[in-house]
Design a protein around this ligand. Sequence first.
Ligand SMILES: C[S@@+](CC[C@H](N)C(=O)[O-])C[C@H]1O[C@@H](n2cnc3c(N)ncnc32)[C@H](O)[C@@H]1O
Length: 270
Amino acid sequence: MMGNRISFKRNMALTLSLFLTISGIYAQTEDKEFTPQSGQAGKDVVWVPTPQALVDTMLAMAKVTAADYVIDLGSGDGRLVITAAKRGAKALGIEYNPDMVELARRHAKEAGVSAKATFKQADIFESDFSQATVITLFLLTELNLKLRPTILEMKPGTRIVANSFNMGDWEPDLTTHIDEPSSWTTAHLWIVPAKVDGTWKFDNGEIKFNQTFQEITGTLTAGDQEIELSGKLNGDKISFNAGGTEYTGTVNGNKMSGKSGGNKAWKASR
Ligand SMILES: C[S@@+](CC[C@H](N)C(=O)[O-])C[C@H]1O[C@@H](n2cnc3c(N)ncnc32)[C@H](O)[C@@H]1O
């Protein structure tokens, strides 16, 4: 009887100490902070951080201010989002890896910008980022190209700024190189152009625009005169030269208006 009671007590003590050991190990594992490794696998592209100097350059190229809503697609450790928030912007990072999302939230808290810099665990290809005024990217050209049709439907004037990788035949509006000992020293900026392709009624004539992204060519017809034109779009701002006369204006859906040859008013609609 006595022997049984002792072995019962021993069993209880052993079970308790095993329980304490296991829960101790578990607590240690839980407490261990996730440390990302540059080059670690990601859903569609690995994680490599943008050097801080290029982060600053990218946000400066996009002229990010407190009026902006910046979304970083594939936000990694959160540095683009946090830096945008430090410039006063509202900023969101969309990141597939939940450990990176937690890490980025921790970094935002440490930087004191949690109210403006938020993070969402999601697949960028299943996310709605249409409300952004600035999109930042450090993906691959093939992924930029997959996003391109959606980006081109965004509000004219939306700025897209990418670390290194391009958008295929959509030429950047601006490219900047920084002098840093890094593999990642180039940033590209694109400004979503208004859509003007097609035929417009123009004052007493007609304009035909052929649009390739921000580039425009075409003809301006007034009376029996047909004049070739070429020019550019910068968001909703249009400028073109037709027969030596400079036209500048603003596009607003199916209307555009502006000044030609200095201060002569013109307008077009479709
Ligand atoms: C090259 S890193 C760039 C990180 C950050 N934007 C920067 O510039 O420092 C790309 C990030 O995209 C994430 N990613 C890859 N595929 C993704 C997807 N389909 N949806 C969301 N995030 C993704 C990776 O986990 C990684 O953190």
